[in-house]
Write a protein that binds this ligand. Structure first.
Ligand SMILES: Nc1ncnc2c1ncn2[C@@H]1O[C@H](COP(=O)(O)OP(=O)(O)OP(=O)(O)O)[C@@H](O)[C@H]1O
Ligand SMILES: [K+]
Ligand SMILES: [Mg+2]
Length: 681
């Protein structure tokens, strides 16, 4: 698929360059001002500095006999901090590279600004909200805006990575254009909707660059836990020295610092921000822009997803495939009125009616529509049509809507309408009734197909404990057929845009987190109300501003994968936290006995791990503590393997795997390192 092409293009950006940059960054991030943002690693840095002083000023600290050991501890600690910095820098690297390529597409553009009745060429940076510009074939669109006149195909590859041009036209849901994209055919008039520095590309750059990255509520909570643990261990270790002093035991300062570093949760402290950045990055690689890390996390906690039927679950190219007369009318009559009501109907459904006429070699008197007043399709009325100049009113639309409209005018409903309509609906098609004033002439059979693989995707969601609700403006029979075929958990038929917001509020009132997709202006309130609102890039500005995510490929069914990515982010963080804390427990068993054996050699019985010597035990634990960070970077970046199951099952499984693994792995790791280290000292 096309989005995979852009993904491979972006994946290859994790190149040697990014690694080189990340190595440089690892050193720059040693700056204490930067380091302070990560309290756990900041404590390690302070420890590193103290051991450095003891190494270079042994006379002052009375550590002349330990210079070699202290130097080794200093180096291991330094690498611990560097590894943590490297993890974060590597995670940031890909976004930075992407931001650079975006900046290139942001060079100065000449804009044809409409001034009075003429055109003035100005640099795009001078454009302000409300300005009108014209953009002709081959020109770049100078800023974000809305097409107010004309239709053009636009190459949006600069932002979407997608080379096939998309159609943009005035009015409707495909009118928004993005600055930095190129008109490849025809010309449009655009009203600018953003001031300089606030455009979509600007926002995108600062997002992928991480400039606007803020800690999420979940990260803040976890950070508080990590700081608390660090403080507790700090107090324990600091008070250890005077306590030991009482019993005339002299504890070595470097060993105490090593103990502290091993006990505080350095593994998760080092990887925490990399996990968050990588999670956002996975969403970006998927061509979805998340406005905040919070949105990605919320996606991981979603309980209910609200999906549109047409275009999300089905392909959405509802095409007229048959004219079915009712109430004794002829096929020709039904087709004629269907066509007359569709002359100016620019929806795919409307256009397909005229195409079907051509395909079936049917003709109608075009003059009938001349001078008439066209009635656009509206989701509220679920009808479209024309008021003819001779006073007759022609309508087509959802059967129940047209029936009501006919009855309002004192008309009658043909006896065979319901059976014919239901027949179409039970096949999953959409019946549109066609009427003139009080008389219904026939039905248009609109065909649509469920996208392949939908059932499997909904099964997966169900295993994760997520409920899916299909919302559609279609009739209950069609809705039921499609719902059954696609395998959604529930559906709402004949729904108007405002019904969506009601469903979201209802679910939220039950304490659930809700995700939805949308593209129209009338979706905006619901997109804002939802915990995760995914707007289509092809959609209106209002929709994109209300949502907290934008899908550059405009594929509404992607919400399903976004939820998966969010889940994976939360799982990865949970798993590595469990692993990290369990790890520290194991290191405790290596260091504490060693420390006391250093002071009281008779305490050999404590050496349950049978490590070579007290000093090699301390170094081995410290080395393990350092190298586990780079070893876990790939897992932090890629995310833990993710199998769909309920959250509670997942939690207990992860506790088992990463908790137990976290205790066992260091025992083995420290033992192996000790075998090597012991030979050296
Ligand atoms: N161009 C049109 N002219 C007249 N009636 C239409 C037209 N397009 C759709 N309809 C009718 O209006 C109903 C509502 O359409 P709408 O686009 O709001 O929702 P939908 O596409 O059926 O559902 P979904 O919310 O899944 O997109 C359709 O089911 C159909 O019966
Ligand atoms: K640690
Ligand atoms: Mg629709």
């Amino acid at each position: 698929m096309s989005s995979t092409a852009s993904q491979t293009k972006r994946k290859s950006m994790l190149s040697g360059d990014i690694v080189k940059q990340a190595i440089v960054q690892s050193f720059l991030k040693l700056n204490p001002v930067t380091m302070m943002k990560n309290p756990v690693m900041f404590v390690v840095e302070i420890g590193t500095f103290i051991v450095l002083l003891m190494t270079v000023l042994p006379g002052y600290f009375g550590t002349q006999d330990r210079i070699g050991f202290n130097l080794t501890v200093f180096l291991i600690l330094l690498f611990t901090v560097l590894f943590a910095n490297f993890a974060e820098a590597l995670a940031e690297g890909r976004g930075k590279a992407q931001a650079d390529s975006l900046k290139k597409s942001k060079q100065e553009i000449q804009a044809n600004k409409v001034v009075g009745s003429g055109i003035k060429v100005v640099p795009s940076t001078e454009l302000r909200k409300g300005d009108i510009v014209t953009v002709a074939q081959g020109e770049m669109i100078p800023g974000d805006g809305e097409v107010i006149e004309g239709l053009a195909s636009v190459d949006e590859s600069a932002i979407t990575g997608e080379s096939a041009p998309v159609i943009k036209e005035a009015g409707g849901d495909f009118s928004s254009v993005t600055g930095g994209t190129r008109v490849v055919s025809d010309a449009i008039r655009v009203r600018i909707t953003s001031d300089p520095g606030e455009s979509f590309i600007d926002r995108m750059i600062s997002l992928v660059e991480g400039a606007s990255r803020q800690k999420t509520p979940n990260e803040i909570a976890l950070n508080t836990l990590l700081i608390t643990l660090t403080l507790i261990f700090l107090i324990v270790v600091v008070t250890l020295k005077p306590i030991a002093g009482f019993v005339n035991v002299e504890l070595d300062t470097a060993v105490l610092i090593a103990l502290l570093v091993c006990l505080i949760p350095t593994t998760i402290g080092a990887l925490l921000s990399a996990i968050g950045i990588a999670g956002m990055d996975r969403v970006t690689q998927f061509n979805v822009l998340a406005m905040s890390g919070k949105a990605v996390e919320a996606a991981g906690d979603i309980n209910t997803i609200i999906l549109d039927k047409t275009g999300t679950i089905t392909f959405g190219n509802r095409m007229a495939s048959e004219f079915i007369p009712v109430g004794g009318a002829s096929t020709g009559e039904a087709a004629t009125w269907a066509a007359v009501s569709s002359v100016k109907d620019e929806t795919p459904e409307g256009r397909s009616v005229l195409e079907l006429m051509k395909k079936q070699n049917l003709v109608y008197e075009a003059s009938l529509a001349e001078g008439g007043e066209f009635i656009d399709f509206k989701a509220e009325t679920r009808m479209s049509g024309i008021d003819l100049k001779d006073g007759r009113k022609v309508r087509k639309g959802a059967v129940d809507a047209v029936v009501r409209w006919v009855q309002e005018q004192g008309g009658t409903v043909p006896a065979d309408l319901k059976a014919n309509g239901d027949a179409i609906a039970t096949e999953g098609g959409t019946p549109l009734a066609v009427a003139v004033d009080g008389k219904i002439y026939g039905l248009i059979y609109l065909k649509d197909t469920v996208k392949p693989g939908m059932k499997e995707r909904f099964d997966t969601l169900r295993q994760m404990g997520i409920k899916t609700i299909m919302c559609t403006g279609d009739n209950p029979l069609t809705a039921a057929t499609i719902a059954k075929e696609a395998g959604v958990d529930g559906f709402i038929a004949e729904s108007k845009p405002e019904d969506k917001i009601a469903v979201i509020r209802k679910e939220q009132a039950e304490g659930k987190l809700v995700a939805m997709t949308g593209d129209g202006t009338n979706d905006a309130p619901a997109l804002a109300q939802a915990d995760v609102g995914l707007a289509m890039n092809s959609g209106t500005i209002a929709a994109k501003e209300a949502a907290n995510m934008v899908d550059l490929d405009s594929d509404p069914s992607k919400i399903i994968e976004v939820v998966g990515i969010g889940k994976q982010l939360l799982m990865t963080r949970g798993a590595l936290t469990t692993f990290s804390i369990a790890n520290d427990i194991a290191k405790y068993f290596a260091i504490i006995p060693a420390m006391f054996m250093l002071a009281i050699p008779q305490m050999e019985a404590l050496n349950i791990m049978k490590l070579g010597s007290p000093l090699s035990a301390v170094l081995s634990a410290l080395i393990f503590n350092a190298v586990i960070i780079p070893l876990l970077i790939p897992l932090a970046m890629k995310g833990v393997k993710y199998r769909p199951m309920s959250s509670t099952k997942l939690l207990s499984r992860n506790l088992f795997v990463y908790g137990l693994g976290g205790v066992v792995v260091p025992f083995i790791g420290i033992k192996i390192i000790d075998l090597v280290v012991h030979v050296w000292i």
